[in-house]
Ligand binder design. Structure first.
Ligand code: MN
Ligand code: MN
Length: 308
């Protein structure tokens, strides 16, 4: 009967759906892995529509569509041949207690980073990036932030747990260097002279070539350790309707993929994809975009840090 009960087949529709059909592990610290996929099913910091707690599950489900390809177009290497990926499921935390969540994120992520694992974090609302950055900064020091979003998330008037405030707090806490950071896709109210980040807003980005955007980002981050955070609402609602606070006039998936591939060689150390809220999605458009971006980020990391 061997094979009949195979839980890790390569179909795009059956069996347990881990990220990219990679092994599910309960002990990622001691796993033989380079990259650990970890979900953060938290959406208590949303200011608009909630639902991003269902994001990790939806992204995993969509990701199995990407597992069959092997060497992914147009990359020159087969990621899973060079890079061992495991899926550690979702972070367990006390639902309803945001401070306890922060502590759980810090404990889990710090332990993984101490074991020299790289993490692909799947949100969850964007607030998860703040406790993630706190854990990363303990290992890497002050980082450059590459931030894709419709919103700057630099607002200071929210509560301590508000998905619009992380990048107000992160520079103040010394986690990121504004002068080495860039925000791409912004199309909500901001005053660059006040908030200090370099912004390539969505209107500009849509008129620019991907290569020109890449040059600006590279010039900004140089060889600093980079944390790349991707709020799925950077994409236009046509490409990512399944999110809590969609804003018209965003980027296309094609533009975003070209930018990400163009960043090959940057010193990326951390990465997340956040704000997928599948109850507002259609035909898994948003979840597929998020899974694809997550996969591209893994390629970016592997291209830099593994001898390929
Ligand atoms: Mn946003
Ligand atoms: Mn955001």
């Amino acid at each position: 009967m061997a094979g009949v009960f195979n839980q890790v087949d390569n179909s795009i529709y059956s069996n347990a759906m881990t990220f990219l059909r990679q092994p599910l592990v309960v002990d990622p610290i001691n796993s033989d892995s380079n990259i650990v996929v970890l979900g953060f099913p938290f959406d208590m910091a949303t200011t608009g529509r909630s639902g991003a707690r269902m994001g990790p599950t939806a992204i995993r489900h969509a990701s199995v569509n990407l597992a069959w390809e092997g060497k992914r177009f147009p990359w020159s290497f087969n990621l899973t041949k060079h890079c061992k990926i495991v899926d550690a499921g979702d972070l367990v935390y006390n639902c309803g207690d945001s401070e306890a969540f922060c502590q759980q994120v810090d404990a889990a992520v710090s332990t993984l980073l101490s074991a020299d694992k790289t993490i692909l974090a799947l949100g969850g609302d964007h607030f998860i990036t703040l406790p993630l950055l706190r854990a990363y900064a303990k290992k890497f020091g002050k980082m450059a932030l590459i931030h894709f979003d419709a919103h700057t998330d630099t607002y200071s008037n929210g509560s301590r747990y508000d998905h619009g405030t992380m990048f107000y707090h992160a520079p103040k806490e010394g986690l990121i260097d504004k002068n080495a950071s860039v925000q791409v896709g912004i199309r909500t109210n901001y005053k660059q002279k006040d908030h200090g980040f370099k912004v390539i807003n969505a209107s500009e980005a849509n008129d620019m070539l991907a290569d020109d955007i890449v040059s600006i980002i590279r010039e900004r981050v140089k060889d600093m350790p980079v944390y790349l955070t991707f709020d799925i609402d950077c994409l236009d609602p046509a490409y990512a309707p399944g999110t809590g606070t969609p804003v018209c006039g965003g980027l296309t998936t094609d533009k975003v993929l070209k930018i990400l591939r163009g960043l090959s060689g940057i010193n990326i150390v951390g990465m997340d994809v956040v704000e997928v809220a599948p109850s507002y999605d259609n035909s898994e458009i948003t979840a597929l975009a998020a899974a694809t971006i997550g996969l591209e980020l893994m390629h970016l990391w592997a291209a830099k840090h593994l001898s390929i």
